[in-house]
Every structure is written in C-alpha cells, then in structure tokens.
Design a protein around this ligand. Structure first.
Ligand code: SAH
Ligand code: SF4
Ligand code: F3S
Length: 442
C-alpha cells in the first residue's frame, strides 16, 4: 500500500452484533497500524461489514462494490466481512474480482494474520472455515463509538435454525463467553466512564457460562451490580429459552432496564410450528404474563414480526394482529418474509405474492401505530429518568432515552443544559406513537 500511514474506511450493515463486531474490527485495524478515514476515496483498504438477513440487505453490499469499483484501479483494496461474506464465500471474488478479503464473523480473531497476507500482495484471502469453532472473538482493542453506552457480546452464533433464518449458517455454532470475561470487560468499561451496557447475542437466553459459574439472569444481575453501571439492557431474547428468573432479576435489580425485546414472529401456532420456533402462541403469552406481573416495574415489551411466511393464511395473519392487541407492545419491527439461501423454508413455496405481503405489512403497521398512539398516553405526566443522547439546537430540544428504551425529547426549562451521557429527570408533557415530549424537572 502506498502512503506511509495505512488507512481504512468501514461501512456496517445489519444488526447490533454487526455494529459491535465492527467496533472490534476497527480496534484491530488500528492496533495493526491503520488509521480510520471517513470516505472511501481516502482509504487504502475499504471494508464492508455485511448483512444477509433479507435479500434487500444483501443487495446493498453489491451496490456499494459496484459504485466504488473504479477505486480499485487506484490501488485500493476491498474487504467483505460479515454475513454475506460467510454466505457467499469465494463466489464474491467471481462477482467482484477486485475484492481481496472475504471473511465471516467466526474468523475475525484471525484478522491480523489475514491483513498481513493482503499487505504482502495476496488478493484472494479468506476466513470462512471457522463456523464450528468454540472460540469467541475477544479483543482488548475494541474501538467503541459512544463513550457512555456500549455493547458487550456474551454469546455468538445460533443453534436455533428457525426455518427462514440465515444466522445459524452465517454466524455459526452457538458459543458463550465466560461470565468472568464478560464481567471483566464490563468493569473496565465502568472504570472508563461507561454507565450503560447492552449485552448482545442472537439468543442471549441460551447463554451458557463455559465455566459453569453463572446463569444468564445471574450474569445480568452481576453486571447490574458493578459500581458505576446505571443501565443494563440485553438483546435478543428467544421465547423458547426465556426463563422467569430474568423477570425476577429485572424486578429486583434497579439498574436492569424496564424493557424486553421478545421476537414473536407470528401470532399463529400453526405458522410458528412451520417456522420451527418451538413455542406456541399460548407459551409466548405466558412469558408476557410474567413481564406484566412484575411487581416493581412496568416493563416495556417490543417484538419482531414476519408477515407472508409461506402458507400464512389471512386468518393466521389476523391471529398476529390479535396478538398485538393482546400484548400491547411498545414497539414492533415488522418484515416481509424473504426467502434466504440454505434455509429450510426454501422447501416451501414462497406462496404469498409480494403485493399481498406488502398489504399485510401495511395493515399490521397501521394497526400497531394506532395501538401505540393510545398506549403511549399512559406516560403523560410521568416523571422519568433519561440518559441524554443528543441535542437539537434548531428545535431547542435535547434527546434522551428512558429505561423503557423510548426516545424522550425535552426542553430544559431555564435549567443548565445537561451534558451528553448525563442522567436527568423529565416530566412527560406530550406523547406520540414513537416518541415522547417533556420538560426537565428536578
Ligand atoms: N435472533 C433474533 C433476531 C434475528 S434477525 C431472534 O431470534 O428473533 C432479526 C429479525 O429479522 C428476526 O426477528 C425476524 O423477524 C427477521 N427475519 C429474519 N429472517 C428473515 C427473513 N428470511 N425474512 C424476513 N424477515 C426475517
Ligand atoms: Fe435466526 Fe432463529 Fe437464531 Fe434468531 S433464533 S438468529 S431468528 S435462527
Ligand atoms: Fe444481518 Fe448477520 Fe445480523 S444477517 S441481522 S448482520 S447476524
């Protein structure tokens, strides 16, 4: 590579796990002597950390590669990391011959060695063979982008093999970090000034301490009890593995946030079965009942839904709508079913036409919006603690996040402006389906 200081540009697609992986990749690149730049044009090495959860997500990286192809002639190198890299493997070299490195997340601990190969001029370097590993990617060089709120991966991979999902194939076998190493990292973060920690995994509820010391609920509690930590969140939960002791922990440890994201995918037990989700509507609702029974907390609940899964009838779709009524979610992420490579659902015909999927999605989103419009009114007049996240001087507002993971925009009301990362109390004066408005108070 040409310049004295090697430079890289990185763009990340996909979920929080991918964003946090990128923070570790950035840390690794910096420790290998690279400097990060903000434009593809300024970089020696252009890195895309990719997502293949739905076809649209997958196509993004190929659009980017096409857009910036011309830069290859200037001697720049390209690396494709993440879920599309693992899924497509060496086929990426055929489609985009100017790519030099293709590596899935299970191989990131070998990145320094792979970088040395690229620097030596190799142009077909791969990290694709580690999906059966028991090892996790732990590095002391994590370059976290936010100085107050940070992620910690506690479990990698997934063994659930839901019928529609690429993750078990792209991220490989499920493997947990020891509770000790998670706690050491959380303690280092607390010492560095972090107050808000989010524990990550595709299925955090199947966390299994390899040293046998702590269950997931015990790990949550231990992180929440570290001096300096004020908020602990975790994502994602799986209804099959979600146990009541998690709610008991939230109910008794004040730093554990009042929020659970519990993806349901469908309100129909028949569809859930063909998705291989391994729980019924009734079992899911039992977990919701635990949350609603929490004595000391009002736990906000969010979910993910897929519409138009193969064979989903209108009546089954209606069951999902009625589940939304029954649960009263604070937020729903909804998606049209997208057939994915390697997944068992490919054996079913993708039977619902795209226009019908779009209609169901729209009906569901409008339905949920109306539910949220009325349910959010319960916050009116409440005084809640927010962590300050940003400022909008044009509107004279500050943006904060509540323990329930809601965005609360507020005015300071003549009080000194709080700093980003500070915790302040705000009275809610107006409510909207997706955010709250308020005034800072004492
Ligand atoms: N591990 C989490 C989430 C994985 S991906 C879980 O178990 O729920 C995030 C969301 O993307 C999923 O919850 C699902 O709603 C959606 N999703 C996954 N595969 C999909 C597909 N093939 N088509 C449409 N949506 C999909
Ligand atoms: Fe995918 Fe299911 Fe694993 Fe979630 S639990 S990552 S939806 S296979
Ligand atoms: Fe996408 Fe991979 Fe995450 S497919 S959602 S980046 S696990």
């Amino acid at each position: 590579m040409s310049s004295a200081q090697k430079t890289f540009y990185i763009e990340t697609f996909g979920c929080q796990m991918n964003f946090h992986d990128s923070e570790k990749v950035v840390g690794t690149l910096i420790s290998e002597g690279y400097a990060q730049v903000q434009r593809e044009e300024d970089a020696d090495l252009i890195v895309y950390n990719t997502c293949s959860i739905r076809d649209k997500a997958e196509q993004k990286v190929f659009h980017r590669l096409a857009d910036f192809k011309k830069l290859h002639k200037e001697g720049k190198r390209f690396a494709v990391l993440g879920c599309v890299a693992q899924q497509e493997g060496e086929k990426i070299f055929a489609r985009a011959p100017y790519v030099s490195l293709v590596a899935g997340s299970a191989s990131y601990r070998n990145l320094p060695a792979m970088l040395i190969q690229i620097e030596a001029g190799a142009d077909r370097v791969t990290g694709l063979d580690d999906r059966q590993t028991d090892q996790t990617f732990e590095t002391e060089f994590t370059a976290r982008t936010n100085p107050h709120r940070g992620y910690i991966t506690i479990i990698e991979g997934c063994d659930k093999f839901c019928a529609y999902c690429v993750v078990p194939y792209t991220r490989g076998k499920e493997r947990s970090r020891t509770a000790q190493s998670v706690l050491d990292e959380a303690r280092r973060m607390a010492n560095a000034g972090y107050t808000d920690i989010q524990l990550l995994g595709q299925n955090v509820n199947s966390y299994h301490d390899p040293a046998g010391k702590k269950t997931f609920a015990e790990l949550l509690t231990a992180v929440g009890e570290l001096p300096g930590i004020r908020r602990v969140r975790f994502t994602t939960s799986h209804p099959r593995d979600f146990t009541k002791d998690i709610i008991d922990a939230i109910d008794s440890v004040p730093t554990l946030c009042d929020h659970v994201h519990l993806p349901v995918q469908s309100g129909s037990s028949r569809v859930l079965e063909s998705m291989f989700r391994d729980y019924s509507r009734e079992q899911y609702l039992e977990r919701i009942a635990w949350m609603k029974a929490a004595r000391n907390r009002e736990i906000s609940i969010t979910t993910d839904v897929i519409v138009g899964f193969p064979g989903e009838t209108e009546a089954e779709f209606r069951e999902t709508l009625s589940l939304l009524d029954e649960v009263g979610y604070d937020g729903v992420f909804s998606f049209k079913y997208s057939p994915r490579p390697n997944t068992p659902a490919l054996q079913y015909a993708d039977s619902i036409p795209d226009a019908e999927k779009s209609r169901r999605l729209q009906v569901l989103q409008e339905h949920q919006r109306e539910l949220q419009r009325s349910s959010c009114r319960r916050h009116l007049g409440q005084i809640v603690e927010v962590m300050v996240e940003g400022k909008n001087p044009a509107r004279g507002q500050i943006t904060g996040r509540t323990s329930q993971n809601k965005t609360l925009n507020f005015v300071v009301n003549g009080r000194p402006e709080p700093r980003i990362g500070e915790y302040v109390r705000v009275q809610v004066t107006q409510t909207f389906p997706n955010s709250l408005l308020g005034e800072m108070t004492v």
